[in-house]
Design a protein around this ligand. Sequence first.
Ligand code: FES
Ligand SMILES: [Fe+2]
Length: 434
Amino acid sequence: MTSIESLSRLVEPNRVHRRLYVDPAIFDLEIDRIFGRAWIYVGHESQLSNAGDYVTAVVGRQPIIVARHLDGSIQALYNRCAHRGASLVASSSGNVRFFRCCYHGWTFRTDGELLSIPLRRGYDGTPADTRNPAFSMRKVARVESYRGFLFVNLAAEGPDLRTFLGGIATSLDDMVDRAPARRIAIIGRPFRILQRSNWKLFFENLNDAMHALSTHESSVDAARLALSRLNDRGSPATTYASGGIAAIEKNGISYSTWDKTTTTVFERGHSFMGGFSNPASYEHSYVDALAARCGVDEMRRTLSVNRHNSIIYPSCALRAAYQQLRVIRPLAVDRTLIEIHNFQLLGAGASSDRLAMSFSNLVNAPSSIVMADDIEAFNRVQEGLETEGSDWISLDRNYGRDRTESDHITGVATSELPMRNQMRAWLEYVTGGD
Ligand code: FES
Ligand SMILES: [Fe+2]
């Protein structure tokens, strides 16, 4: 049922079969061949400032720990005790001198090496020994950082992180370059949303300009009403709220305006859509701080980069202008966890961070009226695909009109180009490409 030939019949250039969204066997295959081969986002270096700092993540179905070791190196380890298998760490982050198993008290260094065994003489004459690497925690095959963003790869073979990112690395650059100190730091813990739909639906929505006017009609109406009633302009509360509310209202721009925006796609399913931030709207204090650190020309170049969602397929998406990164974790064929992380631009002052938090709170948090719109649409798609109404999903919009450039393809934002591009990458992964 999942031979290369049968999989190839499920994905055509401009339509895909519904089995990709509802068949648990296909989901198992994705975990193995996509999440077992691609570089997967696991955290940010700002979470690992000190020796012993760690974060946990689930990569495909593998629970892992990413830790800062005493020598400063970043270590990615399977979260599994080398004795009889208990998971070593239960929290999502923390700081330790060593990992200590809750079951029989074995301890491990933050590079995974076995440190101690209680009543060790019980193992005299056996292979169990701190010097035996078979009794270390197993390391994940590869861990790499790109400008502070940490990714792991469960496979030892395949392209390095920089090659994997290709042209979409410029979106990570965009986020970091906006910080006058050229460094960013994660703020607190993420928002989390459990979605009752397939993980691919989330990615397909991120660069989908055609859904905004219909799906978000009611939240756009609410934003327009709220903006018209905001009196007391200039007060901190109004400034805080209006940033996020204005972003909600932008979903109401006309089809013809969306149609003038472009989308750019790269190999391996990555893409970004042109954005709607207004460079003239940045606060003077922030613009001055940026110019003071990198010069006026570089400041202008940095703030002229205008992208909405950038997709790093298949694990995350970011919005540099709003200092936000969303992580997509597939849990089952119809269950997906979204984690929404917010970042601080070091050296930028508090105002840009407030705008970012306002945007996240109002546009993407679990209580957001915008996310509720999208989640309702995802639920309905999942429901529809589970029926026998039809086997096929159309990706025809602007098919045949995409423009191929050197290392990327561009189209209008109303095109279904990003979805076709994701499906092409999907097929390459599951049928054996890297
Ligand atoms: S399972 Fe960890 S010490 Fe026994
Ligand atoms: Fe949406």
